[in-house]
Design a protein around this ligand. Structure first.
Ligand code: HEM
Length: 464
C-alpha cells in the first residue's frame, strides 16, 4: 500500500519488460529509470522478477534515502555480493551492527598502514613513479606505441590497495596481476549493481546458466576467492604475532587475540573483507582516473591549464607530492570533474529496507531494495550542472577557491559512505599531477576515443 508509483507489474515478470524496453531505447538502466521518473515521479517503484526495487532520482529524496537508518541495510541473497557470498560458507556477514563494527575496525587498521597518512602519500607516489618509469621504458623500447587507459592505470591503482591489504605489489604484465585484472574487469563489465537477470529470476540459474550470467558470476567469484585464499595461506605461514606487516596480519592478530575480540573475526571474514575492498576500490578508482584523462585529451585547453599550474607550483626540478594538493586547485578540480563524470554513470551500491520505512511520502516495505541513481544527481540535464556532458573543471572554482554543490556525491553519504574515499582522492591527484608534469596526452588518429560508456561508470577502452 502506498508503494512508490511505476510501470504496471505483470505476473512473474513484474515491470521487467518495460525496463528492458526503455533500456534498449535509452542505452542504460540509469537513463531508463531517469526517463521513467519523469512520468512517475522522483521515487520510482519497480518489481523485477521476485524483487521489489525502488530507484531514487530526485535530489531531495536522494538525501532522505542516504540519511535514513531504516534504509541502511545491504541486500541479502546469493547475488548480492561478496559479503553474502561469504555467508554461503557459513558466515553471517549481512547483519548491520556486525558490518559497522567491521567497518570501524577496517578504517582504524588501514590508517595504520597508510590511509590518510604520510605513508599513504609515499606509497601512491612510488606507484606513480613506477608508472612514469614504465611509460618511459616502453616509449624508449618501441618506435611507436599506443597506451590505453585500462592498461596504464589498473595495475598501479590495484597496487596501492593491495599493498595496504597484503603488502604485495605487481609489475604491469605480471601474469598474477593480469589474472586478477581480468577477473575484476569481467565482473564489472558483466554484472550490474542492481542485480543480474538470474538474481531477479532465480529459475534461470537452472534453465539458462550461461545466458543469464550465472555461470560467469559463480566462476569469477570462485577465482577471486581462490586468489585471496592463497595470499591468506602465505600470510598464515609467515606472520609473526604482534608484528603486523599489513592489514591481513592485523586481522590474523585479531583472530588469534587472547581477548578474542568476538566471534566476528574469522579467516573467512577476512577474505570476504578483502574481496569487498577489491571489488569496491579497484575498477571504481581506475575508471575515474580514466574519465579524468579522457577529459584531458578531449579538451587540450584544460590539459594546458593544469600543466601551467603544475609548472608554476612545482616546476620541473622536483616531483609532485600529495602535500601539493592544497596549492593546486585546478588539478584538484580536474580530479573532481572526473569523479562527477564517473558518478554520473553509476548507481550507489543497493540499500535494503531494514524495516517498513518512509521515503518521499511513500511506504517502502521491509526488504525492498533501494538504489540511488547518481546520474540524476550529477549528470542529467536536470542535475543543476550547466552543460553536464562537458568536462569543465572550472565549474568547481569560485574566485580561485574550490566549491562543490550539495548534489556532488560521487562517494554517496550517510552510514554507507564510501570507505575508500581518502585513498581514491589521493590516488587521483597524485597520478594526474605526476603524468601531466611529464607528458602531453592526445588521441591517436586511427583510434578515436569512445563515445559510448558502459553502465557502472566504465569509460570503455581509450587510447592515449
Ligand atoms: C573514485 C573511486 C570510488 C568511488 C567513486 C566510490 C564510490 C562509492 C559509492 C557511491 C559507494 C556507495 C555508497 C552508498 O551506497 O551509500 C561506495 C561504497 C564503498 N566503497 Fe567506494 N568508491 C571509490 C573507491 C573506493 C576505494 C578505493 C575503496 C577501498 C579502499 C572503496 C570501498 C568502498 C566500500 C567498502 C564501500 C561500502 C561501504 C559500506 O557499505 O559501508 N571505494 N563507494
Amino acid at each position: 500500500k502506498n508503494f512508490p508509483p511505476g510501470p504496471k507489474w505483470l505476473p512473474f515478470l513484474g515491470s521487467g519488460l518495460q525496463v528492458v524496453k526503455l533500456k534498449k531505447k535509452t542505452g542504460y538502466f540509469l537513463t531508463a529509470s531517469a526517463e521513467m521518473a519523469k512520468v512517475y515521479g522522483p521515487v520510482l517503484g519497480l518489481k523485477v522478477g521476485k524483487e521489489k526495487l525502488v530507484v531514487v532520482c530526485g535530489p531531495k529524496e536522494i538525501k532522505e534515502c542516504l540519511m535514513s537508518d531504516d534504509l541502511a541495510g545491504r541486500p541479502i541473497g546469493e547475488f548480492y555480493n561478496l559479503r553474502t557470498w561469504g555467508r554461503r560458507r557459513g558466515i553471517l556477514l549481512v547483519d548491520e551492527d556486525f558490518w559497522h563494527d567491521q567497518r570501524r575496525f577496517i578504517l582504524r587498521q588501514l590508517r595504520e598502514f597508510g590511509f590518510g597518512t604520510r605513508n599513504m602519500s609515499t606509497l601512491i607516489e612510488e606507484e606513480a613513479q613506477e608508472l612514469v618509469d614504465y611509460i618511459h621504458q616502453t616509449i624508449n623500447n618501441n618506435d611507436s606505441v599506443i597506451f590505453t587507459s585500462d592498461s596504464l592505470f589498473s595495475v598501479p591503482i590495484l597496487n596501492t590497495l593491495w599493498k595496504m591489504l597484503a603488502g604485495v605489489r605487481y609489475n604491469p604484465g605480471d601474469p598474477k596481476m593480469k589474472e586478477l585484472q581480468t577477473i575484476l574487469a569481467e565482473l564489472f563489465s558483466n554484472i550490474l549493481m542492481v542485480g543480474a537477470t538470474f538474481s531477479h529470476y532465480p529459475i534461470l540459474k537452472y534453465l539458462a546458466p550461461e545466458k543469464s550470467g550465472y555461470r560467469l558470476y559463480v566462476n569469477t567469484h570462485l577465482r577471486l576467492w581462490e586468489f585471496l585464499h592463497k595470499e591468506l595461506e602465505f600470510h598464515k605461514k609467515t606472520h609473526v604475532s604482534g608484528e603486523p606487516r599489513d592489514f591481513m596480519d592485523v586481522y590474523l592478530d585479531a583472530i588469534n587475540s587472547s581477548e578474542k575480540l568476538s566471534n566476528n573475526y574469522t579467516e573467512e571474514q577476512l577474505v570476504a573483507i578483502c574481496l569487498d575492498l577489491f571489488m569496491a576500490g579497484s575498477e571504481t578508482t581506475s575508471n575515474t582516473v580514466g574519465f579524468c584523462f579522457l577529459g584531458l585529451i578531449l579538451n587540450p585547453e584544460v590539459q594546458r591549464k593544469a600543466q601551467e599550474e603544475i609548472d608554476k607550483v612545482i616546476g620541473k626540478s622536483r616531483i609532485p607530492t600529495l602535500q601539493d594538493r592544497p596549492n593546486m586547485p585546478y588539478v584538484e578540480c580536474v580530479a573532481l570533474e572526473g569523479m562527477r563524470m564517473f558518478g554520473a554513470r553509476a548507481l550507489t551500491v543497493p540499500h535494503r529496507a531494514l524495516r517498513d520505512a518512509q521515503l518521499g511520502g511513500y511506504c517502502i516495505p521491509k526488504d525492498t531494495l533501494v538504489v540511488v541513481n547518481l546520474y540524476e544527481s550529477m549528470g542529467s540535464p536536470d542535475s543543476g550542472y550547466e552543460d553536464p556532458e562537458a568536462f569543465k573543471p572550472e565549474r568547481f572554482l569560485r574566485n580561485g577557491r574550490i566549491t562543490v554543490p550539495e548534489s556532488f556525491i560521487p562517494f554517496g553519504y550517510g552510514k554507507h559512505r564510501c570507505l575508500g574515499e581518502t585513498l581514491a582522492r589521493a590516488n587521483l591527484f597524485v597520478f594526474i599531477a605526476y603524468l601531466l608534469q611529464r607528458y602531453n596526452f592526445t588521441t591517436v588518429a586511427d583510434h578515436p576515443p569512445p563515445k559510448e560508456w558502459r553502465e557502472g561508470g566504465d569509460t570503455g577502452t581509450k587510447t592515449l
